[in-house]
Design a protein around this ligand. Structure first.
Ligand SMILES: Nc1ncnc2c1ncn2[C@@H]1O[C@H](COP(=O)(O)OP(=O)(O)OP(=O)(O)O)[C@@H](O)[C@H]1O
Ligand SMILES: [Mg+2]
Length: 312
């Protein structure tokens, strides 16, 4: 369904009165997303997950590489533009506080139709009421405003707005990270039910490994703008190859789990510094001279790859 080749995004930021510096927030990312699969993207804050997601749905222009949707560049706009939808991290800021939720949910359907296919007010209202019930809300909530809902309910509204145009691919950017554990579980189950019902494909972004392991069939691990490991869920959790993935799995909290043995020191390196070698070398417990001088490429078997010189 979606093929991404060497996709990059660079931002230019001011570093002085007239000085400007470019840096890569996403650097040469490659992946392939098959229909019906839930592909997870995990990585720490600032590694480029949202930037990648926004490029995929067309909210940010790319700086390099290509995005192929069903084999053709997305720029050709050959497909229904509403086939790709996104659910954002913060449901409160993604909803207009001055518009009642019924209108917010119906908006994409209204602008989706060209003049010849104009949707009547009655049909629009019915479609919104149906979708409200679909996501587990009352249809009487139509005239309520975003501040009159709980966080979990607001996320359901955001989901309703994303699926009302019957998309094929949903990009969920940290869609449950603002919710407490019980609401998280409810919203994740709702997303799984909708996946079955509408035959959806997901790119599911999260920094929470437990959420990723619950939802995803395949997982990509991102570090400093690059994909460092790609594998099916079972392989990634049972046999992580990259030292960063190992540290991420070791740091995931579980009730009753003994204190972790592998603790990463320091923080992700500044994206502004250009590096010769591996981005993870500064924090890697097994880094060697080669790691500082030579950039590792994704290698390994066809379905389990990692970017590390020493995966063997
Ligand atoms: N419009 C922008 N201009 C300049 N830099 C940006 C812009 N948007 C994002 N960045 C930078 O790009 C990097 C990646 O940001 P991004 O929002 O993609 O991270 P993220 O992985 O989604 O983090 P989080 O988990 O906290 O949401 C960060 O260093 C950020 O400061
Ligand atoms: Mg983000």
């Amino acid at each position: 369904m979606l093929t991404v080749n060497k996709l990059s995004k660079s931002f230019g930021i001011r570093t002085g009165i007239s000085a400007k510096q470019d840096f890569f927030a996403v650097h040469e990312v490659n992946f392939h997303l098959k229909k019906g699969v839930c592909l997870g993207l995990v990585g720490e804050s600032g590694c480029g997950k949202s930037t990648l997601a926004k490029m995929l749905v067309g909210l940010l222009p790319k700086s390099g590489g290509e995005i192929l949707y069903k084999g053709r560049p997305v720029e050709e706009n050959f497909y229904n533009p509403y086939a790709l939808q996104m659910i954002f991290q913060d449901p409160f800021s993604s909803l207009n506080p001055r518009i009642c939720v019924g209108k917010s949910i119906g908006e994409p359907l209204k602008i989706n139709k060209n003049k010849a296919q104009k949707i009547s007010r009655k049909a629009l209202r019915e479609a919104v009421e149906n979708i409200l019930e679909e996501v587990g809300l009352e249809k009487e909530y139509y005239f309520r405003y975003p501040h009159e809902f709980s966080g979990g309910q607001r996320q359901r509204i955001a989901i309703a707005r994303a699926i009302i145009t019957k998309p094929e691919l949903l990009v969920c950017d940290e869609s449950v990270s603002a919710l407490d554990a019980s609401h998280q579980a409810q919203v994740l189950n709702l997303l799984l039910d909708l996946k079955e019902k509408y035959d959806l494909t997901y790119l599911f972004i999260s920094h929470n490994l437990q959420v990723i392991s619950f939802m995803c069939d395949e997982i990509m691990v991102m570090y400093a703008g690059e994909i460092v490991e790609q594998a099916p869920r079972k392989a990634l959790f049972e046999n992580p190859l990259h030292p960063y993935t190992k540290a991420l799995i070791a740091s995931a909290p579980y009730v009753g789990k003994p204190r972790q043995e592998l603790v990463l020191q320091g923080e992700m390196p500044s994206l502004l510094q250009r590096r010769l070698g591996c981005a993870f070398a500064s924090r890697c417990p097994s880094a060697q001279k080669r790691c500082l001088e030579e950039k590792p490429c994704l290698s390994g078997s066809a379905d389990h790859k990692a970017a590390c010189h020493f995966i063997g």
